[in-house]
Design a protein around this ligand. Structure first.
Ligand code: ATP
Length: 245
């Protein structure tokens, strides 16, 4: 049985307040997963009172394809790296359902799927976790206008990406102004619709930098879990490019 099915055995959600502890939803390319991701999820659980965080690696993230930034490692490997990285953390759940490489990954249909699943349903508060860089691009996502009818959004501060209404596209800045909430406890009082931000230990780590280090023949140690590095080595991911002679 996949680990994420365990959610279905949790108490049924309530149609009346209190709705129950929120469930965090953390999607990403994770090419590869690193300590920035892991601290974001761990600190979100603490700061926002999330019962669990469901990690959902994307198969073919469509917004990346459009930007000509297709993932370097295949979906199967990115899934396996997330599985290795989160193993043993009882607050983390693994959801492989979006990682079918042949299908596009869109966040809104993912949230609709969760809303239709047992153990989540229409009322359990869902909190979509995003770094500040991802949030700044939200208004370019497929059906982004309905996102807040399905989930709250929690934005993690990220070095180099100040979260400032003035830097956001106009329509997103408007939404941020209208839906912004400075009380994380309020996330548990309603199923969806709020935007909160939260500070996390600033870690200027990116998957782009890790890929560049590995393909450049440099060490990526201490930027991501040793177990993920071992997986990368064993599967010859991000191979070092031999310099031209
Ligand atoms: P890449 O460098 O390939 O663009 P990434 O390191 O940003 O990748 P993603 O898988 O694209 O990793 O990120 C998944 C989510 O995690 C996004 O919402 C992103 O903003 C967030 N995130 C990634 N790294 C950090 C970090 N160091 N601090 C805060 N948020 C982060």
């Amino acid at each position: 049985m996949p680990e994420w099915v365990a959610l279905a055995t949790e108490p049924a959600e309530s149609a009346e307040p209190p709705y129950g502890k929120p469930l965090g939803v953390f999607g990403g390319t994770f090419d590869p997963v690193h300590f920035g991701h892991l601290r974001l999820a761990e600190e979100a659980a603490d700061s926002l009172g999330l019962q669990r965080i469901r990690w959902i690696p994307a198969g073919q993230p469509r917004h990346r394809e459009a930007e000509n930034k297709a993932p370097q490692a295949g979906a199967t490997h990115r899934l396996a790296m997330v599985r290795v990285a989160i193993a043993g953390n009882p607050r983390f759940q693994f959801d492989p359902a979006e990682a079918d490489a042949a299908r596009a990954s869109y966040t809104v249909p993912t949230l609709e799927r969760l809303r239709n699943s047992a153990g989540c349903g229409a009322h359990r508060p869902l909190v979509l976790l995003l770094g500040a860089d991802a949030f700044a691009g939200l208004s370019g996502w497929h059906r982004w206008e309905v996102l807040l009818s399905l989930a709250h959004v929690a934005v993690a501060h990220r070095p180099g990406f100040p979260l400032d209404g003035a830097n956001l596209p106009a329509e997103l800045a408007d939404l941020y102004r209208l839906r912004r909430c400075d009380t994380p406890a309020a996330l548990a009082d309603t199923p969806a619709g709020l935007i909160v931000s939260f500070a996390m230990t600033p870690l200027a780590i990116s998957a782009t930098e890790i890929r560049a280090r590995l393909t450049g023949g440099l060490s990526a140690r201490y930027l991501l879990p040793d177990a993920v590095i071992a997986y990368i080595r064993a599967n010859h991911l991000y191979p070092a490019k031999t310099p031209p002679t």
